[in-house]
Write a protein that binds this ligand. Structure first.
Ligand SMILES: [Zn+2]
Length: 196
């Protein structure tokens, strides 16, 4: 009886490990580690467990004026994880407004590393070359990579602009043109933030 129980336990544990193994094999194919997950309308967000969500919310600094610009109702305030997903949805709509490019069925991923070392490691892992980057967008994975300290509206807005342009154009504009437009979005978002 005990023996059977043991086998049962081992099977259950093996089953769980196997199940987790399947999950993590999807999660780490870019070198990104264990993460918490939040589902928003336009983004699935993964962030390292040690990151403070309140820090992300403060840095993103999306307020009522942004909601108005994005055409969203002012009914709820932002807090916690759901608030982060909501803020990013508002930022997505705002960037779409600035670019005058509207995507209705877009869904991408944002992965937030704990620091620039981890971020640069992922860059190195994906592209097999070294880089010092504050954030980047990978078209093939439809994923924005950034880290906690660089999680600001300007930087995330810049990367969302890349995501929108990559999904909006059938024939992609040159990398240089896309960079100029993304920088324009970043500038507009910062200007708007200062005027808030
Ligand atoms: Zn860029």
């Amino acid at each position: 009886m005990l023996f059977i129980r043991k086998i049962y336990k081992i099977t259950v544990i093996f089953g769980i490990v196997f199940f987790l193994g399947i999950n993590t094999s999807f999660a780490i194919d870019d070198g990104f580690g264990a993460a918490k997950k939040i589902e928003g309308r336009y983004f699935t967000i993964y962030y390292e467990p040690q990151i403070e969500i309140t820090q992300l919310l403060q840095q993103l600094n999306i307020g009522p004026a942004d909601k108005l610009l994005a055409g969203k109702p002012l009914d709820e305030s932002f807090s916690s994880e759901a608030g982060l997903a909501e803020m990013l949805d508002v930022l997505f709509l705002e960037v779409g407004e600035v670019l005058d490019m509207h995507l209705y069925s877009f869904h991408g991923t944002i992965k937030i590393c704990k620091d620039t070392f981890e971020l640069n490691d992922i860059y190195n892992y994906l592209f097999k070359k070294d880089a010092t980057t504050r954030s980047f967008y990978v078209y093939d994975l439809n994923t924005i990579y950034t880290c906690a300290n660089n999680f600001t509206r300007g930087i995330i807005g810049h990367e969302i602009a890349h995501a929108i342009m990559s999904n909006y154009f059938v024939v992609q504009p040159s990398v240089r043109v896309q960079e100029v437009l993304a920088m324009y979005v970043e500038y507009q978002l910062k200007k708007f933030e200062e005027g808030n």
